[in-house]
Structures are given as structure tokens and as C-alpha cells.
Design a protein around this ligand. Structure first.
Ligand code: ADP
Length: 339
């Protein structure tokens, strides 16, 4: 609570300083504008007085009027110039202010998300290591029956898989950010890749049933490792967020306009409409870190979208009927090899 208060204090402090500086700059501009107009009026008044002293308006009416018109026109020109420049300055200040505010806001959000990420990731890295260590020590110290031994080994493999996925996500995210990851493209039997991935995941996931409806013999040109990570991130999310003993469906199908569609659908809580864009941002997790039950890093969907985009596709999330989320990926270019 204290920390939240301090955080809010920090944020509103920055907002206050920013608004103060912006308001001060605008007021200073207005003030200088008023001073310049006053000065211009004084110059005109002074020039008119000078003219009256220099030229007799009755003896030389034409010269007097010509000179007086020139003074008035000069004043009008000066006013237009001050006004125009003032408006341009104001526009530049407001535009600059808008961009500065946007980047401050983005920076603050990113640093907040990085803090959340550090909190989440520290736990995520430590807990599988601790669990695996405990399981291995138990296996070494005690003579256990075969069933218990297998259970402990299964559990250890599950934990190390979780660790492996997290490490992959962290490394890939940083490589993609630095644009250091080069796709290793090759022709892949995408249907086989999905079938094998789903079989492997189902063998270690006993809490959910993974149903596969995979169009056979679909070949795509892509990076095998990346596409495995994509599938694993989407299915692991469904496992994480959907209740136990529900069904996760993975479908690969042809859809209109020679498009290929991959759908990963679950029966969990779904994604609220206003969160559907944000969940693909780096480190973004729905809700508050302290109230979130499922652990995670906020990198899975960020990476998934990057992988899909690098393969020339698009990913969206929709509602599953009657409940749950449906992640749909469409690729425009593909080739189906019929055997
Ligand atoms: P992580 O799962 O590690 O938090 P992700 O980037 O994979 O990070 O997901 C971002 C957020 O989107 C998650 O924190 C979660 O709130 C939400 N989310 C992702 N997949 C699902 C799903 N299948 N059902 C409900 N919410 C989900």
C-alpha cells in the first residue's frame, strides 16, 4: 500500500512539474505577446506625435495623410507578424509538449511493466529450480516405490520444461528487440510440426485435454524453432488460464481467399475487449501483479505476435463460444502439398 502510494506520488509529481513547466512557457509566451503589442502601439503613438510636430496637417494635408497611412499600415503589419509568430510558437510548444508527454508516459509504463516483469520472473526462475532440486534430493535420499519415483521424475521434467520455455522467451525477446534474431527459413510440414508438438504437450499435461483438428500436409516456409515456440506459448497460456479438465482446441484449416488459419481455443475466462490489443505488448499482464494467481512474464504473447508477423501473418484474439479465448492466426501465403 505504502509502495503504491509512493509510486503514485512519484508519478503525479512528474505530471505536476511537467504541467507547471508547460503552463509557465505558454503564459510567458502570452505575456511577451501582450508586451510586444503594447510596444507596437507606443511606437505608433510616438511616430504620430512626431509627424504632427514635423508636418502641418492643414498646410500639407496630402503628405500628412500619406505619412499617417504609412504609420498605420506598418503597425497593422507588425500586429499580423506578432500574431502569426505567436501562433506558430504556441503550436510548436503544444506539439513538443504532446510528444514529450507521450514519451514520458510510455517510459513510465515501460518501467512499471519492467518492475512487474522482474517480480514475476524472479519467482518464475526460482520456483522450478527449487522444485526440481527438492524432487532430485528426495529421489537420492529415499527408496521410493516405482509409482512415486515416476511421479517425481514427471514433475521434475515439467518444471524444467517451464524453465526452458521461460529462458527461451527471455532470450528471444531480447534478441528480437536488438534485431539480432535471423529467421532460419526452410520448407516445413506445418501439419506434422503441430501434431508432434501437441502430442508432446499432451504427454506432459494431465490437467487439460488438447484436441487437434489439423489439416494434413500443409507446408509453409518458416522457422521451425519459432513456430514451435508460438504453439507452445499459446497452448501453455490456455493451460495456465483455463480451469482444469477443460478442453483446449488447436485447429489448422483453410479459410476464404486462400488463407491458412491456426486457432488455439480454450474454455477459460477469455480476454476483455479493452485488453485485446494490450496483451500483445511486452511485459503486459492483465490485472495487478499482487492479485494475479497465474505466474508469467508477460512475454509469451509479445513473442507470439512478433513470430507471426515475421512469418507474414496476423494474430487476433476473439471470444470463444460459450466461454473462453480464441487466438486466431492467419497467413496469406502457403502451399498445401496433397499426397
Ligand atoms: P504471461 O502469460 O506470461 O503473463 P503472455 O504475454 O503470454 O504473458 O500473456 C499476457 C496476458 O494475457 C496474461 O497475463 C493473461 O492475463 C492474458 N492471457 C493470455 N492468454 C490467455 C488465455 N488463454 N486466457 C485468458 N487470459 C490470457
Amino acid at each position: 500500500m505504502k509502495r503504491l502510494f509512493r509510486k503514485m506520488e512519484g508519478r503525479s509529481g512528474i505530471h505536476f512539474v511537467y504541467l507547471f513547466v508547460l503552463a509557465y512557457t505558454i503564459l510567458a509566451l502570452v505575456w511577451w505577446g501582450v508586451l510586444l503589442f503594447n510596444q507596437s502601439e507606443q511606437i505608433t503613438r510616438f511616430e504620430m506625435q512626431n509627424l504632427m510636430l514635423r508636418t502641418d496637417s492643414i498646410a500639407h494635408p496630402v503628405e500628412f495623410h500619406q505619412e499617417s497611412d504609412r504609420i498605420q499600415t506598418t503597425e497593422e503589419r507588425r500586429s499580423v507578424m506578432f500574431f502569426g509568430e505567436g501562433i506558430i510558437f504556441l503550436a510548436i510548444i503544444l506539439l513538443g509538449g504532446f510528444f514529450v508527454y507521450r514519451s514520458i508516459w510510455k517510459q513510465m509504463r515501460l518501467s512499471q511493466q519492467q518492475q512487474n516483469f522482474m517480480m514475476a520472473v524472479t519467482h518464475e526462475l526460482k520456483s522450478p529450480i527449487a522444485a526440481a532440486k527438492l524432487n532430485l534430493e528426495t529421489l537420492r535420499k529415499h527408496k521410493l516405490d516405482e509409482e512415486k519415483r515416476l511421479k517425481l521424475l514427471d514433475n521434475t521434467i515439467r518444471e524444467t520444461n517451464r524453465l526452458d520455455q521461460l529462458c527461451n522467451n527471455i532470450l528471444l525477446a531480447s534478441q528480437m528487440e536488438a534485431q539480432r534474431y535471423q529467421l532460419f527459413r526452410e520448407d516445413i510440414n506445418f501439419s506434422d510440426l503441430l501434431e508432434t508438438g501437441i502430442r508432446e504437450m499432451q504427454s506432459r499435461i494431465s490437467t487439460h485435454t488438447i484436441q487437434a483438428h489439423i489439416l494434413p500436409d500443409v507446408w509453409i516456409n518458416g522457422d521451425k524453432f519459432m513456430l514451435q515456440i508460438l504453439l507452445s506459448n499459446l497452448v501453455e497460456n490456455a493451460v495456465k488460464y483455463a480451469p482444469r479438465h477443460t478442453v483446449i482446441d488447436v485447429t489448422l484449416e483453410e479459410c476464404s481467399g486462400s488463407m491458412l488459419k491456426l486457432k488455439v481455443t480454450d474454455e477459460g475466462p477469455g480476454i476483455p475487449v479493452d485488453e485485446r490489443d494490450r496483451i500483445f505488448l511486452k511485459f503486459y499482464r492483465i490485472g495487478n501483479e499482487n492479485t494475479r494467481k497465474a505466474k508469467g512474464s508477460g512475454l509469451g504473447l509479445f513473442l507470439s505476435r512478433k513470430i507471426v508477423q515475421q512469418h507474414g501473418g496476423a494474430i487476433v484474439v476473439k471470444d470463444n463460444v460459450p466461454a473462453g479465448a480464441s487466438f486466431e492466426i492467419t497467413w496469406p501465403v502457403y502451399s498445401i502439398q496433397r499426397v
